[in-house]
Ligand binder design. Structure first.
Ligand code: ASP
Length: 426
């Protein structure tokens, strides 16, 4: 995906980056969608399948990619204490940034009155919300009772747990498990290559996903939902501009500007593709370019692409308030605290592929008794919201990787200093 020295000799269409191609597909998708408004059925029958194929491919590679990346992440850390240290910091930072994200979402949604001026009666809505698990089920469901089922059903949290157990298993068995270790490392690389291959289809996939939505909804859907999109964008900018740059400045002790510059290709790819999982290889490459060690990137980033969805939780907080306001339901402080907790769980359970955050929104709405039909209100502009939230999702992963790496390096430096013989100090 990076440019080579021979770029100048390539034809113009090969010189454009994949991200640029996805942006071209986005713009083309909007235009074609507008022109196909009279033939929305045709778009749904003949163009949507290209988007569905792309989504299917992303979902298919998700399971092996995460499984082998997590196993490799654990075994690359060599000893269990290191996994504990890096894993502990990672989980705490992921949870904290997500809680901040929901709170920022709720704050802006309330203060800026996100649902103001929107009038659409419930009868006009016809959306069947996908079933989502209850709060307690979500926790119990993290632990698999079967090895194959999580792979087949693509229940990503269970896949992560299996990856962690096998990673530790391989680590503790040691030499005898060398063959398994080598296999997993090779498989992780193969999966990464397969993902990169799938990503070349992203422009076609994005076009196929967008055209039917625009053709079915037209530009009219945008008008009343502009404020929702604006509030979401403001909250996302605050999360990146305050929370992540704060983390980089005070915990990683690095320049936030340099971080944002280094992370720019990741952000633009995530914005265009709306998939954290699809952005994972680029996020790993950019983090390593910015000096993060491979042992940190190979553990922190695959985990983040699966469980750390700050943008998605901002979205869930904002959408909950939006739907409550539109339906004239008052959300008490208690209800908003429940939203923080469920959005945290829902974002952990959201897969890093386009559109999955909207399915998990049902869990959040259900927890505070908001009408699930409200999802239909936001469905028409979900692609735009998805682009925003995915950009925040991957930037959060990148920022946490920087912080964990810097903290680990400081710890090692301190240890090395303490181990130095007293005579060596002048
Ligand atoms: N598309 C998002 C991602 O891949 C998930 C979501 O739909 O919220 O990170």
């Amino acid at each position: 995906m990076s440019k080579t020295g021979t770029d100048a000799q390539k034809p113009w269409f090969k010189r454009l980056s994949l991200t640029t191609w996805i942006f071209i597909a986005l713009v083309a998708g909007v235009f074609v969608g507008f022109f196909m408004q009279g033939t929305a059925d045709f778009a749904a029958t003949y163009i949507k399948p290209f988007g569905t194929i792309f989504l299917n491919l992303l979902k298919f590679i998700c399971v092996p990619l995460v499984l082998f990346s997590i196993i490799c992440g654990v075994i690359s850390l060599d000893d269990a204490r290191k996994v504990g240290s890096i894993g502990g910091k990672t989980i705490v930072l992921y949870l904290l940034t997500t809680v901040f994200a929901v709170c920022i979402g709720l704050l802006f949604a309330n203060v800026l009155n996100v649902g103001a001026g929107y009038t659409l009666s419930a009868e006009e809505l016809a959306y069947e919300a996908a079933e989502s698990p209850s709060f307690i089920d979500t926790i119990v469901n993290i632990f698999p009772s079967n090895f194959l089922d999580p792979m087949v059903q693509a229940t990503m949290l269970q896949v992560i747990v299996i990856g962690l157990f096998f990673g530790f298993g391989i680590m503790f068995v040691g030499e005898k498990a060398t063959i398994v270790k080598d296999f997993c490392i090779a498989m992780a690389e193969v999966c990464m290559k397969v993902m990169q291959g799938i990503l070349y289809l992203a422009p076609i996939g994005v076009f196929g996903l967008l055209v039917p939505v625009v053709a079915a909804n037209g530009p009219d859907i945008l008008g009343p939902l502009m404020w929702l999109i604006a509030v979401m964008a403001i909250a996302c900018v605050v999360q990146v501009g305050l929370v992540y740059t704060g983390l980089i400045k005070f915990l990683a002790r690095k320049s936030p500007l340099k971080f944002l510059k280094g992370e720019a290709p990741v952000m633009s790819f995530a914005f265009a593709s709306a998939s954290s999982m699809g952005t994972l290889p680029i996020n790993m490459e950019c983090a390593e370019k910015m000096g993060v060690s491979k042992e940190v990137t190979s553990f922190v980033l695959p985990l983040g692409a699966t469980i750390n969805m700050d943008g998605t939780s901002i979205y869930q907080g904002i959408c909950a308030v939006f739907i409550a306001q539109v339906f004239g339901i008052d959300l008490s402080i208690g209800a908003q605290v429940t939203i923080v907790l469920t959005a945290l769980l829902a974002s952990i359970g959201t897969a890093g592929v386009p559109g999955s955050g909207m399915i998990m929104l049902a869990l959040v709405l259900g927890s505070v008794g908001l009408p699930l039909e409200g999802i239909a209100l936001v469905a028409g502009v979900d692609r735009i919201l998805d682009m925003l939230r995915t950009t925040v999702n991957v930037t959060g992963d990148g920022a946490v990787a920087q912080v964990v790496d810097a903290m680990e390096k400081r710890k090692m430096a301190k240890r090395a200093q303490a181990a130095e013989p007293a005579g060596a100090v002048e």
